[in-house]
Write a protein that binds this ligand. Structure first.
Ligand SMILES: Cc1cc2nc3c(=O)[nH]c(=O)nc-3n(C[C@H](O)[C@H](O)[C@H](O)COP(=O)(O)OP(=O)(O)OC[C@H]3O[C@@H](n4cnc5c(N)ncnc54)[C@H](O)[C@@H]3O)c2cc1C
Length: 307
């Protein structure tokens, strides 16, 4: 016998995502005495990182430790956490119906998408095993750790050039690897030269190192350049397609777009926080956006219930 809609387990808020954005929102909403469920599929953007930097009071701890503390501090407030993937979502009048992997259905009044982003890496032999250890995308997260070291930047076009020049903030020894002819314009070449950034356009054969630590970039002609770290821009994709399923506005440049107040998306009742909305992609920003979304959600529920 199928479950009638009115009998489905109901929550004030379901938060999809158990990273810093989702857990931070859950803390505020739990303290607002809301019935909250966090669904966490266990796929965190920073899974490859062993340390997390730049988070006030938590600088240098493991990302998993931040989540452990976050979950522990939710306990007094009765927030439910389930390790599960939300497979489907749809709007049903003034509420949302979610289907979990396995088929279970739940309903909620407000929905928070804290589903993060996924990084796609360039297809360079040796790179994947070094990502998060000596190959990085974020100088704010890892630049200090490799300060004054020989640094490589992998990239093409303006993106590669800007990243290479900006890495001079952390080291005097920066080489840009374009992995093929780059067609660098005169003004850009002058900028690189002015800041002492070397350029190598040869095709890369592989990255070599030990235990995930880069030692050298090896070219197809057999020559090599010694480096201790490599920075690059990854290609970013949404961590889930739930926002698109709900017809929220999602763009490559801005991710899941917010309207003008407290992280609400272009779909009423659907909020977004953290990397999924592509602002500054740092954990502390994700946590702050989670708190902002929670404030917006609680205000919206108060308006509905206490008018
Ligand atoms: C290698 C690396 C190192 C980094 N280092 C740092 C650092 O040092 N300092 C820093 O500030 N930032 C760092 N970052 C960035 C940081 O990881 C992100 O800014 C932060 O994790 C964003 O938090 P979030 O909660 O938005 O997303 P995430 O932490 O990625 O969490 C997304 C959540 O959504 C869940 N999810 C997605 N879809 C579904 C679904 N359908 N159903 C259920 N759950 C779902 C996932 O399982 C996960 O729980 C790093 C990133 C990378 C890749």
């Amino acid at each position: 016998m199928s479950t009638r809609k009115e009998d489905l387990p109901g929550y004030d808020v379901i938060i999809v995502g158990g990273g810093p954005a989702g857990l931070s929102a859950a803390l505020i909403l739990g303290r607002c005495r809301r019935r909250v469920l966090v669904c966490d599929s266990g796929r965190y953007r920073n899974h490859a990182a062993h340390e997390m930097h730049g988070f006030l009071s938590r600088d240098g701890i493991a990302p998993s430790e931040l989540r452990r503390i976050g979950r522990e501090q939710l306990q007094p407030y009765g927030v439910e956490i389930r390790e599960v993937t939300v497979a489907e979502v749809r709007r049903e009048d003034r509420r949302f119906e979610l289907t979990l992997e396995g088929g279970e259905r739940l309903v909620c009044r407000k929905l928070l998408l804290a589903t993060g982003l996924v990084d796609r890496l360039p297809d360079l032999p040796g790179l994947a095993a070094m990502y998060g250890k000596s190959v990085h995308h974020c100088p704010y997260c890892e630049g200090w750790e490799v300060r004054d070291q020989p640094i490589g930047v992998y990239g093409q076009g303006c993106t590669g050039i800007s990243l290479a020049v900006n890495m001079k903030t952390w080291s005097d020894d920066v080489v840009l690897f374009t992995d093929g002819p780059a067609g660098i314009q005169k003004a850009e070449a002058q900028r690189l030269e002015r800041h002492g950034v070397g350029v190598r356009e040869a095709r890369i054969a592989r990255l070599e190192g030990r235990d995930g630590m880069l030692e050298r970039v090896v070219f197809e002609d057999g020559s090599a350049v010694e480096r201790r770290a490599l920075f690059l821009k990854t290609t970013l994709e949404q961590g889930s397609d739930l926002a698109r399923k709900l017809r929220c506005k999602v763009t490559d440049a801005r991710g899941v777009e917010t309207a003008d107040k407290h992280e609400e998306t272009t779909c009423e009742g659907v909020f977004v926080a953290g990397d999924a909305s592509k602002d500054v992609l740092l954990a502390i920003m994700a946590a702050a956006e989670g708190a902002d979304a929670a404030f917006g959600i609680n205000c919206a529920l108060q308006e509905e219930d206490l008018a």
